[in-house]
Design a protein around this ligand. Sequence first.
Ligand SMILES: Cc1ncc(COP(=O)(O)O)c(C=O)c1O
Length: 466
Amino acid sequence: MRRLQPEDLLLVLGARPRTEVGGWLRDGLRDAVATGRLEAGATLPSSRSAAAGLGVSRGTVAAAVDELVGEGVLESRPRSSVVVADLDRPPRGTTARPARPGGGTDRPASVGAPDPALFPRAAWSRAVRDAMRGLPDAELGYPDPQGLLELRHALAAHLRTARAAPVEAEDVVIVSGVAQGLALLGDVLAGGGGGRRVVVEDPASPGVVAQLRDAGLEIVPVPVDDRGLRTDALPDAAAAVVTPAHQFPLGVVLAPDRRRELVAWAQDGDRLVLEDDYDAELRYDRQPVGALRGLAPAHVALLGSVSKLLSPALRLGWVVAPPGVRDALVDAKRRADLGCSVPEQAAFARLIADGAYARHLRRARLAYRRRRGLLLDALARDAPHLPVEGVAAGLHLVVRLPDAAAEATAVSALRAVDVPAEPLSGTSAHAGSWGVVVGAARVQGSAVPRVVEVLRSAAGGAGARG
Ligand SMILES: Cc1ncc(COP(=O)(O)O)c(C=O)c1O
């Protein structure tokens, strides 16, 4: 594999700034790995020759390399050589298992599912082992329905930083995913008679809408445009369910003035906003916008889970609940299932506390950013007439198509090549908008041109028909 020279690094890093050379080196290398400008497996020059060639100290090189090794962007090998990691492969110490010995599962992955090959199996196994060693006997009875205190503390600290939201352990209720959080809050809202109205975005996740309807709530769809939910069209309702950091499925971010209007609507009518933060930590071009909860902690319930960040198989999530609904929510959780599995909660707490969760998130973010970039580049090059929507974030993308036939063709052709896909029209209460929601997490290598070709020919077929 190629041995890089200091000049190769200079080429990808650009001119050295006068100050902050450590950040320049670290961020520039990370960027170059994420975008593929430094290819996987290439060996970095020794710290001595890199330092001389770049005009920085050896200490600066060593600190940047250490940090990137910690993030999984670089890997250190025997005899102190450092190589560029392959972000598309599982982290070192982990073996992906593509199919079970008796055959794989035939359940299709959802459009929002992460790549299971990136699951940090080694770190998770370590966390399970350490958690079981440290778990007191007293924790092996029925769980606290609000969740294991150790996990609530760890998550509160994580969310304060990652989502810029005021969160204390006492605010957190552990649930088995955003889906359960919504269902339980739906029960709480519907309690005392049912028939209460809840605003949902249009379009929205059909699964989310079904959860709320099943809880006995009346659904009131409100349109989304390129600045998020139309807050000028908010009707009277008990609550609103929104995806402000990355609208599902359109991928837009709720504009600042609309964030304020939504919160004012909640405060004025003593209403509740359910902030579905399903993939907010997967923003690729900048820090994600802070959680809405930061604007009005008494009126916003923040819901998140590990489903996009680790795996939906864990069924582990959280609700950061306003004081006014917390007790009712804990009560609903107890009535539903008596609480979540304690060993799993303890393992997740360990994963967060020892830094492995943050390391995994950084690495996964880079891998998905890279894959998304390659897919978008290929679409821009080979199908420039196809509009792709949304900010650089998340695990899915939306491609608009001209009509219902093109939509149906694209969905079935993508599924036939094992790429998760849903019709955009199925996410809206109104007819007249077609496209495909593509599960992009695993699309890489030869799948990229295949996806582009499917979309191009579905759209082209529509042109020929029209
Ligand atoms: C927008 C949105 N919200 C919520 C969920 C449910 O997530 P969880 O697995 O945490 O229940 C999903 C699942 O794909 C989703 O796409």
